[in-house]
Design a binder for this molecule. Structure first.
Ligand SMILES: Cc1ncc(COP(=O)(O)O)c(C=O)c1O
Length: 385
């Protein structure tokens, strides 16, 4: 969705930042998302997925709400420690880790790890007296555009045999976990997978294997990329229905990333070059897919845009990022105002998997980040392209 606003009103955004491109982080939105999801998932302990956005201000905001953290590496543990967050509030959920990574995480005090195969279990043997392990199973949500169960997750039918090996090796696997895929349209697969895990807990007990004490339902909670707010309470309803079956002693965890980070940041860019070419006007912005917009390539994302320009002449146009690579293209539009140099573009819901995967390609630095309240965009102020 694209809204066009008069050029002068860009000052509302430019007044917040020192330079473009900049990401603007709004702690209030982060808090609102955290609290909405917490209320929608009573009795579920939320572990924020640091990989979705490790900006220190965001980590602090989640920590101040009493949140816990899901980490994938020793570097993420260090970032959290730097913010004064203790390892007792972290779980390490990467299913494949080097020995060095495990050693560093254990040394830092992290005591929960994830495996999805027997070879990964062997790596944990040296630490078996001090750690707890969760077995990741594969459940794929057909309505989640970003798959996370092709690369990771044991097939459900392999669960008992992996748990048998763990038991024989003296490794305490007392948890089950899954990730149904990112940006799920419904929580139906979360709910079904939780139900399957509850049934599996009974089979595990019947087999005489150590009891499962926690189930981690992963991430996948959606952000509102279209600007329409997602009702997290309604989204989580199917999960709450299955939660009614969960026995008292069983702890339930979740690892939300995108739903917390995406709405918390907007990206302010500028037109730094333009050229009329065979296929229309090309507008070159100061951020692209090698910067904060890699989600366009990795996740097929299209971000909501506000364009600030005094132009009203329309033409076919192409948006591109600042690098010399032609893959660094951001979108083609059959009719778009012919922008001028320094016109401002704001991309919304830009906090997830943006800063976290931004590169220095071509020597171009990722966007700066500032903490400010995001301006309210008044309805009906511009027009829709
Ligand atoms: C293990 C794990 N947990 C949590 C997340 C966060 O997922 P989402 O951003 O969809 O909430 C991811 C995303 O890649 C992940 O790999």
């Amino acid at each position: 969705m694209i809204n066009v606003f008069p050029r002068e009103s860009a000052s509302t955004w430019l007044g917040l930042i020192e330079t473009t491109p900049s990401l603007v982080f709004d702690p209030e939105i982060c808090r609102r998302q955290w609290n909405e999801l917490s209320s929608a998932l009573p009795r579920v302990t939320l572990y924020y997925a640091v990989k979705s956005n490790p900006y220190p201000g965001l980590l602090q905001t989640v920590a101040n709400e009493g949140g816990c953290f899901d980490v994938a590496s020793a570097a993420e543990i260090k970032m959290l420690e730097h913010e004064g967050i203790h390892a007792s509030r972290m779980i390490h959920t990467h299913p494949i880790k080097t020995d060095t990574e495990i050693e560093k995480a254990v040394a830092a005090g992290v005591n929960t790890f994830v495996v999805d195969n027997v070879d990964e279990l062997w790596k944990l043997i040296p630490y078996r007296h001090s750690i707890r392990v969760m077995l990741r199973l594969s459940f794929i949500a057909p309505d989640a555009p970003i798959d996370l169960s092709r690369k990771f997750g044991a097939p459900q039918q392999d669960a008992l045999s992996i748990l048998d090996v763990a038991n024989d090796s003296g490794i305490r696997v007392d948890g089950l976990c899954f990730h149904v895929g990112s940006q799920a349209a419904t929580a139906n697969t979360h709910a079904d997978a939780l139900g399957v895990c509850l049934d599996l807990c009974e089979q595990i007990r019947d087999e005489g294997l150590p009891e499962i004490l926690r189930i981690d339902i992963g991430g996948g909670f959606p952000a509102h990329y279209t600007g329409e707010s997602v009702n997290l309470d309604a989204f989580c309803h199917p999960i709450r229905e299955v939660l009614k079956r969960v026995p008292e002693h069983l702890e339930i965890l979740a690892e939300p990333g995108r739903v917390i980070s995406a709405p918390s940041m907007a990206l302010v860019c500028r037109v730094v070059g333009r050229a009329k070419r065979r296929d229309g006007w090309w507008f070159y912005l100061d951020d692209g897919v090698y910067g904060a917009q890699s989600g366009r390539l990795f996740d097929g994302m299209q971000y909501r845009m506000s364009v600030f320009t005094s132009s009203d002449e329309l033409s076919p146009c192409v948006f591109a990022g600042p690098t010399c690579d032609s893959i660094d293209e951001l979108g083609r539009y059959p009719e778009f105002p012919i922008l001028n140099m320094n016109d401002v573009i704001v991309f919304h819901e830009m906090g997830a998997y943006s800063l976290a995967s931004a590169t220095q390609f071509n020597g171009i630095a990722p966007p700066a980040v500032v903490t400010r309240a995001l301006p309210e965009l008044r309805q009906g102020y511009g027009h829709l392209v």
